[in-house]
Design a protein. Sequence first.
Length: 179
Amino acid sequence: MGGCFSVAGTLLRTCEVMTCKLLFVCLGNICRSPSAEAIMNSLIEQKGLTQQISCDSAGTGAYHVGSPPDRRMTAAAKVQGIDLGGKARQFNSTDFEQFDLILAMDQENYRNILLPDAAKAYRHKVFLMCDFCTRHPDREVPDPYYGGAEGFNYVIDLLKDACEGLLDKIVGDRVLVGD
């Protein structure tokens, strides 16, 4: 593995030397994780780091496999200039090998991600998304699926904060330079 960085005082291994692959994970992969992926991709592009950092998203559940992002989440993101795309897929154990960092939206998904890792070989790759927030005190990204528009808007704001903090951490620790 490449460099190391600290979250909440714990030393953690992170991205490979040449590229850093991020996977954002929520329950169904139609609200929170595709939003995090789109926000992070936008930030990566703005900083000229598309050759060094790549993103994907997945869900721990198979409820929406093949579905596009939720229309309400898509609308909330669009208001803030973020385009959601892709189709939902389910997290699987091969993702541990494919990605350098796996970012769970909440504790339940964090636990579900780690279930197939009985040997604890990949725990160093899995984090809570809100570990990287700098302005919001939240410890989890709430699931807006059963709520109103304000919940979707809040999730976008929260994810922007977390993505900015995560990218700053990756760039700072790896001394990445954009195009």
